[in-house]
Design a protein around this ligand. Structure first.
Ligand SMILES: Nc1ncnc2c1ncn2[C@@H]1O[C@H](COP(=O)(O)OP(=O)(O)OP(=O)(O)O)[C@@H](O)[C@H]1O
Length: 312
């Protein structure tokens, strides 16, 4: 596997403020990787180094095998970049703005693709760009990034401002790009927004990559709420058995519960929990979706993890 993005020991200082503090990040060709992190973690700055908007203080960055500082226009054609903050105050229609971008990229066949993407995302191309709502401006940015079918997409908070239905369509467009062999790096504050499309996530905190995981592994380790109710005659047995389940933290364990219930938070494998219920007269069972946000928050820092993780 080759790396579409290879970042090694990347640091960036603005004056005395160290914003990126030794980032190592490789993204293999054909993968969709999410960059997650709290405000100010360095996601935007990292992405800007890939498109030569920000230049590293030290370290190396290679994008599609090329140093962004030397890539020029030929390199720009190979990348679709959605900036985090879109400046779009043109009186021109969205169609003209996009045609302008396409001409800059020198992409052929883009107009038909622009029309197709606009229809899928529900964007009226004939409205002046500056009169568009925040979400509709974001759609222009997304179309601009995808229209020339680039090898690599670098998308800074692409779902921001998009309503849930449009987000779903956007995620389909990302999946199609991946299926066509493209590579995607996208950032978000909210992992649930990108978990359905990303293969892996890198968690950034204070200018460092503090965790790297496949979505599948994150999901397997993430905490989930469980609640079970058994025939009261089996309640003692239930409490005894689930006390031994690894990763299960019981919230309610009243031995005399007339409802025969127990609940808690299960982190990790569910197999032992399910096995513990075998042979018991189960009356009700609720197993919630793994909470990916909580799994990621654990990496954000002790203050955040305790505050968010222990909330009732
Ligand atoms: N041009 C600049 N000059 C000085 N400081 C900067 C500059 N650009 C970014 N920073 C600082 O770098 C830090 C990281 O910012 P960055 O935008 O990369 O974080 P982020 O993870 O994208 O945050 P957010 O989720 O809030 O968008 C912040 O403290 C920010 O103030």
């Amino acid at each position: 596997m080759t790396s579409a993005i290879a970042i090694t020991s990347l640091t960036k200082r603005f004056g005395r403020h160290t914003v990126l503090d030794g980032i190592d990040l490789a993204v293999e060709t054909g993968r969709v990787v999410g960059l997650i992190g709290p405000n100010g973690a360095g996601k935007t700055t990292t992405m800007r180094t890939l498109v030569d908007i920000v230049r590293p203080t030290s370290g190396t960055v290679r994008v599609l095998g090329v140093d962004p500082r030397t890539g020029g226009a030929a390199q720009r054609r190979r990348i679709g970049y959605l900036p985090g903050e879109l400046a779009m105050d043109s009186r021109q229609t969205a169609r003209s703005v996009l045609a302008h971008y396409a001409a800059l990229d020198g992409a052929s066949g883009a107009p038909a693709r622009i029309v197709e993407l606009a229809a899928r995302l529900g964007l009226d191309l004939d409205r002046p760009a500056r009169a568009l709502s925040k979400g509709n401006k974001q759609k222009v940015g997304v179309i601009q990034a995808f229209a020339h079918d680039p090898e690599l997409l670098v998308l800074d908070e692409p779902t921001s401002g998009l309503d849930p239905l449009v987000q779903q369509e956007f995620l389909r467009i990302v999946r199609e790009a991946r299926d066509a062999g493209r590579t995607v790096l996208l950032s978000s504050h909210v992992i649930s927004e990108i978990a359905h499309v990303a293969d892996e996530v890198a968690v950034l905190r204070e200018g460092r990559v503090v965790a790297r995981s496949s979505i599948a592994a994150l999901r397997a380790a993430a905490p989930r709420e469980v609640r079970v109710r058994v025939d009261p005659a089996h309640h003692d047995a239930l409490l005894r058995r689930i006390a031994a389940v690894p990763g299960l933290e019981l919230a309610r364990r009243r031995a005399d519960d007339p409802e025969g219930g127990a609940s808690g938070t299960l982190s990790g494998e569910i197999g032992a929990f399910v096995a513990a219920l075998s042979g018991l007269a189960v009356r009700d069972l609720v197993v919630q979706e793994p909470d990916l946000e909580r799994a990621v928050l654990a990496y954000y820092g002790p203050e955040r993890a305790v505050g968010d993780g222990s909330a009732p």
